[in-house]
Design a protein around this ligand. Structure first.
Ligand code: IPM
Ligand code: MG
Length: 357
């Protein structure tokens, strides 16, 4: 198979984790005789510094012309601490999601048996947790207009908008995915307060009637944020809107033991982007300490969802499992090194996983 992959390492720890993911893809290509070519593009802070634009036209074109996009991380404290900045790195990613209409965000939450003790939650709570969050990615308060300041900057407005068709198309994805799993969808909203959530619940219920084999229930987001860490085993597929999905998936990463483990796929009709769910974590940039597993599993998702290469994605998953079973850990996964659990760097973890393929 011949594929062109747009690679956008981005900010912070992005470049070093993406290097490991590319290395893994190159190994897979070699073993299974595929030709993957990698085309690099600028995005985020690095793009602002070099071009003044967090998503340069050239990067957008590169993404449109590629078969899949691999993305690292975005953000910089310089902007986090400067609320008045008009141009912000995150705009690059948000614009890319919007321009490519990547409305489905798939975020699997899983537990590696070897890492059960990495979670601050009790082993009996996290064990066997395995669910997928389907997050709507191009609507809601992230993109609604007006978004502005009034009253000489002393009043701020954000707007959350959802249309029936936007809700229906993401609901269908959740129902379809649940059919390949345990046929159970929990839709999360705040329908006791928000109008968008009432339309959400109404539309999901209506769409759900076309999937009578799938069990559908609804939960308020505040309850869900408690249930996710209290009893995560109850979930199979979670369906939710953009902002709730953003918040709940960071919370859910605690089940896995580290946010450095979790990948995601952002998919539209024509394009797909794969990225770790974690951020740029600038403090660790260039230190060779970040966990590359989320990035490596993001390419596993690419092989699964974009290229449908079953043997290949399975071999990446197995290599990660084996490496963890051998006791190799990045810093985020262990409080203290022991005989059995050895702490290694980003590049070394990438090498171990690559060798296990
Ligand atoms: C994520 C991130 C992004 C989001 C940021 C970087 C814009 O937190 O992918 O979860 O809020 O969607
Ligand atoms: Mg997030």
């Amino acid at each position: 198979m011949k594929k062109t992959i747009a690679v956008l390492p981005g900010d912070g720890v992005g470049p070093e984790i993406i290097d490991q993911a590319v290395k893994v893809l190159q190994k897979v290509a070699k073993i299974y005789h595929h030709e993957f070519s990698f085309e690099y593009g600028l995005i985020g802070t690095t793009a602002i510094e070099k071009t003044g634009n967090p998503l340069p036209d050239q990067t957008l074109k590169l993404c449109k012309d590629s078969d899949a996009i691999l993305f690292g991380a975005i953000g910089d404290q310089k902007y986090d601490n400067d609320p008045s900045a008009k141009i912000r790195p995150e705009q690059g990613l948000l614009e890319l999601r919007k321009s490519l209409a990547l409305f489905v965000n798939i975020r699997p939450i899983f537990v590696f048996p070897t890492l059960i003790n990495s979670s601050p939650l009790k082993a009996e709570v996290v064990k066997d947790s395995d669910f997928i969050v389907i997050r709507e990615l191009t609507g809601g308060i992230y993109f609604g207009k007006p978004r502005m300041r009034k009253n000489h900057g002393k009043t701020a407005i954000d707007t959350s908008i959802y249309s029936e068709s936007e809700i229906e198309r993401i609901a269908r994805v959740a129902f379809e995915i649940s059919r390949k799993r345990n046929k159970n969808v929990v839709s999360i909203d705040k329908a006791n307060v928000l109008e968008t959530s009432r339309l959400w619940r109404e539309t999901v219920t209506k769409t759900g009637k076309e999937y009578p084999d799938v069990e559908l229930s609804h939960m308020f987001v505040d309850t869900a944020s408690m249930q996710i860490i209290k009893n995560p085993q109850q979930f199979d597929v979670i369906l939710t809107e953009n902002m709730f999905g953003d918040i709940l998936t960071d919370e859910a990463s605690v089940i896995s033991g580290s946010i450095g483990l979790l990948p995601s796929a952002s998919i539209g009709e024509r394009h797909a982007l794969y990225e770790p769910i974690h951020g740029a974590y600038n403090k660790a940039a260039g230190k060779n300490t970040a966990n590359p597993i989320a990035a490596i599993l993001s390419v596993e998702m690419m092989l699964k969802y974009s290229f449908h290469l079953v043997k290949e994605w399975k071999c990446i998953w197995n290599a990660v499992v084996k490496t963890l079973e051998e006791g190799w850990r990045t810093k985020d996964l262990v409080a203290k090194e022991t005989e059995k659990e050895k702490v290694i760097g980003t590049k070394e973890m990438g090498d171990k996983i690559t060798n296990n393929i």
